[in-house]
Design a protein around this ligand. Structure first.
Ligand code: GLU
Length: 313
């Protein structure tokens, strides 16, 4: 099996150090294994995605020396593929149209809140009869497409960093929206979890290496792999980069974009070296190395579970 990994940034901002560090770990693993590193731009959010951010991301990865073997692929050019997968789910009865209005969903959540329950979709449109559907459509309602989540399921995977991870499907918030609202009979804008799974299947990704903020998505995505009849890749959730007070590093902490570090005069080999050490340590204890040297020694057993503190000093 050839290892195939990917970095999948959303071009809604400049290349962030967290995304760049995820790219570093993907690159190191691909090179350690003689595999392929794929670049996919997740630009389905039309409002927030900007071409200048895509340019910034590509330039940043190149500057850091994180060249890719395939891509960039753009999700915005692959919408038909996602719609086909959604149609398959609909045809197989694994997804359905839900006609709830925003007001109805708000009321549902308020009632849940008043009862101290976690917000979730109560799957009320899961089993509509064709007649009920026709009536709702006649009211002029649009429909999102929801993927059925079997609440009785337990989802488990053996995470390469965290070991066995278990999620109860009942904690995933009810049947999940995979396409935005659209008028009768059409499929609206496909959403993140669905697009990622369709792409990772289509691109034959063997290892999904990404930040631990995606863990709940992984549980949902595993259900989608199964529904689409596809093998589930290995998952590796890498620790977040934290600020000095232990919170996720954010724009409020000052410089977080690779292009800003570049403008400040940091050199790429040093920055990439430092990012490699945010959550990983070399077996021989080395602290200075090139990407190629780190790749020779890279493995997930030396990636920490705990967040990695960014330290200006
Ligand atoms: N586009 C996602 C992000 O920017 C990454 C998704 C993934 O790696 O699966 O966080």
């Amino acid at each position: 099996m050839t290892v195939r990994v990917r970095i999948a940034p959303s071009p809604t901002g400049s290349l962030h150090i967290g995304t760049a560090r995820t790219a570093v770990f993907n690159w190191l693993y691909a090179h350690h294994e003689g595999g392929q590193f794929i670049l996919r731009i997740e630009d389905t959010d039309e409002e927030r995605s900007k071409p200048e951010f895509t340019d910034n991301i590509l330039a940043g990865l190149q500057w850091l020396g994180l060249g890719w073997d395939e891509g960039p692929f753009f999700q915005s050019q692959r919408l038909d593929l996602y719609r086909q997968a959604i149609q398959t789910l609909l045809d197989q009865g694994l997804a359905y149209r839900a006609y709830d209005t925003p007001e109805e969903l708000d009321t549902m959540r308020e009632i849940q809140k008043a009862k101290n329950q976690a917000p979730r979709y109560d799957n009320r449109h899961r089993d509509l009869t064709p007649e009920q559907q026709t009536n709702l459509e006649a009211e002029g309602r649009s429909a999102v497409i929801r993927f059925k989540i079997d609440d009785s399921r337990t989802i488990t995977w053996n995470d390469l960093v965290r070991g066995p991870v278990t999620w109860q499907a009942s904690d995933l918030g009810g049947d999940m929206v995979v396409a935005r609202a659209s008028s009768t009979g059409t499929i609206g804008q496909p959403l993140y979890n669905l697009a990622v799974v369709v792409d990772d299947i289509d691109m034959a990704i063997t290892h999904v290496i990404r930040g631990e903020d995606h863990i709940a998505n992984t549980a949902k995505q595993i259900l989608l792999y199964e529904a689409l009849g596809s093998a589930v890749p290995a998952f590796s959730h890498t620790p977040l980069i934290l600020n000095q007070s232990g919170q996720k590093l954010s724009k409020r902490d000052g410089v977080t974009s690779i292009s800003d570090f570049q403008a400040m005069g940091f050199v790429a080999p040093a920055l990439v070296n430092y990012m490699t050490l945010l959550g990983w340590s070399a077996p021989d204890g080395a602290e200075q190395f090139t990407l190629d040297e780190a790749a020779q020694q890279f493995s997930f057993d030396r990636v920490n579970k705990a967040g990695a503190k960014f330290d200006w000093d």
